[in-house]
Design a protein around this ligand. Structure first.
Ligand code: PMP
Length: 432
């Protein structure tokens, strides 16, 4: 496969775009370096790069593209939005219709605000929680990603009662001191942290089903219920970061799958149909603390822009038929079985975590229920799989901590071709 043009564009990019990429995860740093593939066109389940090579896409732009590329209804909505002028800076009917649609799907969203990214959505839920409780501290879970706001770029300190340390230069120590990080799927660690800091904690933030150290569901059906219970006992609010999970597994939230009710939700990705978006929401009482009704400030020039609203509605409309989820799950299951069979044949230890059509392949023989398990999985083998698949025309996210996302656009032929590429890649890996 000739990827010369990708290399040339990347070299050119490096002279003008910091690091040659507009988001660090796009660089191939975690898979052995080199130049990333520069894409030119997306169509359905497939990508074409600047050299004309074709790839089956499981990156799905890190999650938003649940319908693959250029879904006809989403494109139609986008074209109509363009025809009507793309930005007004005034209220529009589309933001009302879209908020109604989200509330109907997730009734906990009694009041919603649209923003422009998942980062903003989470950042604002934190401000609301702090504004409402008058407390500053936050508890998050190790390995969960909640965007790049200061407070969320904090790594675990050592031990359950310890405060965090900045995970990025430029994050003040004082900010990190307000964040406590505990392992996911370990209720005792959360209970211990609350025992020490509980009276100062504004919110416990969690990805209800983790997507950021690969796909990791709660180990027990009661875990999320217990997280909410112990947080509430300490007087803290609970924020579900559903930026990846909302509308991923069914037409609604992950909270609904576990029949639980967090206080605030952060949404993004899928709900924008591929356009920039974020949203946050919760009960009327809590949300009324936000300006113009309340003292918590949040605003946005691009917030609720008609293009994102109309594309988002078209995207969700096309998810209303439960059959689309059944199909993604079916393809996910077929891929899971095939990948595990190929791994066994090649003698490679693989653990595969799958929820519906989203899954992660970890090179480890252990169960992966916490970040430390994902971290301990073999990075070099992941890189070898990534590169083996890439040269065979299957594109994944270039990190062992991401997921494969099956979209509604994937076909049986894609699945068959993918499994052949996996089998050949694993056999090649076994020989080295
Ligand atoms: N929360 C979660 C769970 C995410 O996965 C991400 C992005 N990967 C974010 C928040 C941040 O969203 P954005 O990149 O749109 O700012």
């Amino acid at each position: 496969m000739d990827t010369t043009q990708s290399r040339l564009w990347y070299e050119r990019a490096q002279a003008v775009i910091l690091g040659g990429v507009n988001s660090p995860s796009r660089a191939f740093k975690a898979v052995g370096g080199g130049y990333p593939i520069v894409m030119a066109k997306g169509e359905g389940s497939r990508f074409t790069d600047v050299d004309g090579n074709n790839y089956i896409d499981y990156l799905a732009a890190y999650g938003p593209l649940i319908h693959g590329h250029a879904h006809p209804q989403v494109m139609q909505a986008l074209k109509a939005a363009a025809d009507d002028g793309i930005l007004y800076g005034t209220p529009t009917k589309w933001e009302v219709e879209f908020a109604e649609m989200l509330r109907l799907a997730i009734p906990d969203l009694e009041r919603i605000r649209f923003v422009n990214s998942g980062t903003e959505a989470v950042m604002t839920t934190i401000r609301v929680a702090r504004g409402v409780t008058g407390r500053n501290k936050l508890i998050k879970f190790e390995g969960c990603y909640h965007g790049h706001s200061d407070a969320m770029l904090v790594a675990a300190g050592s031990g359950p009662s310890s405060i965090g340390v900045p995970d990025s230069a430029g994050v003040p120590q004082t900010t990190a001191a307000d964040v406590i990080t505990v392992p996911y799927n370990d209720l005792n660690a959360l209970v211990d942290a609350l025992a020490v800091h509980g009276s100062e904690v504004a919110a416990v933030l969690v990805e209800p089903i983790v997507g950021n150290f690969g796909m990791v569901p709660p180990e027990s059906d009661t875990y999320l219920r217990d997280v909410i219970k112990v947080a509430h006992q300490a007087g803290a609010l609970v924020i579900f970061d559903e930026v990846i999970t909302a509308f991923r597994f069914h037409y609604g939230s992950a909270a609904q799958l576990y029949d639980v009710h967090p206080d605030l939700y952060a949404l993004g990705k899928i709900i924008g149909g591929g356009l920039p978006i974020g949203a946050y929401g919760g009960s009327k009482d809590l949300m009324e603390k936000v300006a113009p009704l309340g003292p918590v400030y949040q605003a946005g020039t691009m917030a609720g822009n008609p293009a994102s609203m109309r594309a988002g509605m078209a995207c969700l409309n096309a998810l209303m038929d439960p059959k689309v989820y059944e199909r993604m799950t079916q393809f996910g299951l077929t891929l899971e079985k095939g990948i595990l069979a190929s791994a066994a044949k090649a003698g490679l230890p693989v653990t595969l975590n799958r929820i519906g059509g989203a899954f992660t392949v970890y090179f480890t023989d252990r169960k992966v229920t916490q970040y430390s398990h994902a971290k301990a999985s073999d990075s070099e083998r992941f890189a070898a799989m990534f590169r083996g698949l890439l040269k065979r025309g299957v594109l994944l996210a270039p990190s062992k901590y991401e997921a494969w996302f099956v979209s509604t656009a994937h076909t049986e032929a894609d699945v068959v071709a993918t499994l052949k590429a996996v089998d050949d890649t694993f056999m090649e890996m076994a020989q080295h």
